[in-house]
Design a protein around this ligand. Structure first.
Ligand SMILES: Nc1ncnc2c1ncn2[C@@H]1O[C@H](COP(=O)(O)OP(=O)(O)O)[C@@H](O)[C@H]1O
Ligand SMILES: [Mg+2]
Length: 295
């Protein structure tokens, strides 16, 4: 059973078109590790922003896995088989360069990336980029273009290496990681170039609801890291099987009450939606501040 506040906007709603009048805001979901939840977060955030009436563009830069693109194809297929009209982002598909000469390959990829972004900028309020789990030229271009970077980390000390060295006993923070340096470099360049900053948010993902001690320790460690390497910390998403069930259907937590969805809507899903709402609130995205969240 669900109450009215949990009911999503019905499918078939008309997107109002670019409403904010502000330049498109670029959100990059990145960390240099597979399986931390980048594509899952990208998809949920895209659908959440569209359910808030925003036009969203998407780019999947994980050219090996293509999970975000596959998630979107699954969504289109679900819509076709169910005659539904779920909100779906405007997708730009980028192919890596086939050039063998490194400089030429990078120049070609830079051109492709710039063109894709500029096409989306003209149509969208938000551009969501799912970055790959390794260091690529595309990934660097995306981080350099970001207004907001969201880094999901799994709920364990092992994942902290992605951000910086940290002693698990004393929480003493050592050298920042290669990825943290990359983000810092992008921040510095953006500040020089555009006099704007990049907001970097680290969110926990797959937080175990059973291991309270680990949860607390990881929380303390992340707090120390956030002070030292300068990101904001989001509470994040708990570990829930639903995320794996939704992927092949192309659905998100916000689509579960659509006609044709056979997944029952449970209390766990209500809690998961709340986590998504909390993420949106803490992101403080331009033009959304103070707005009622309709799901
Ligand atoms: N909070 C979560 N609870 C349970 N499973 C999750 C959660 N977040 C992601 N997953 C699952 O973990 C796997 C990896 O997630 P994915 O988003 O593809 O990571 P990445 O894009 O960083 O490689 C997928 O099978 C996904 O369904
Ligand atoms: Mg992925």
């Amino acid at each position: 059973m669900m109450n009215d506040t949990a009911r999503p906007i019905t499918s078939g709603m008309k997107l109002p078109g670019r409403g904010s009048g502000q330049p498109a805001h670029v959100i990059v979901i990145g960390n240099e590790k597979g399986g931390a939840g980048k594509s899952t977060v990208a998809m949920h955030l895209a659908v959440a922003l569209m359910r808030m009436g925003r036009v969203v563009g998407s780019i999947d830069l994980d050219v090996r896995q293509r999970s975000f693109s596959r998630y979107l194809s699954n969504r289109k297929r679900w819509c076709e088989t169910h005659g539904a009209d779920l909100p779906t982002p405007i997708e730009e598909i980028l192919e890596p360069s086939a050039e063998r000469h490194l400089d030429r390959a990078e120049a070609e990829e830079t051109e492709r990336f710039k063109e894709a972004i500029s096409r989306l900028r003209g149509q969208c309020d938000f551009i969501l980029i799912d970055a790959p789990g390794n260091d690529t030229h595309f990934s660097r271009l995306a981080h350099a273009a970001a207004d907001t970077i969201i880094t999901p980390v799994n709920d364990s000390f092992i994942d902290f290496d992605l951000l910086a060295e940290i002693d698990p006993d004393t929480f003493q923070v050592g050298r920042p990681s290669f990825y943290a340096e990359l983000v810092w470099d992008c921040r510095k360049k953006k500040a020089q170039r555009e006099k704007k900053s990049i907001d970097w948010i680290v969110m926990r993902n797959r937080v175990s609801m059973l291991d309270a001690r680990n949860k607390r320790r990881v929380g303390e460690g992340l707090k120390k890291l956030s002070e030292r390497i300068g990101f904001r910390l989001a509470p994040g998403f708990a570990e829930r099987v639903i995320y794996r069930e939704l992927f092949p259907l192309g659905l998100t937590l916000l689509d579960l009450t659509e006609d044709g969805s056979t997944i029952p809507f449970t209390m766990s899903h209500v809690a998961a939606r709340q986590e998504l709402r909390d993420l949106i609130i803490m992101l403080k995205l331009p033009s959304l501040t103070g707005e009622r969240i309709p799901f």
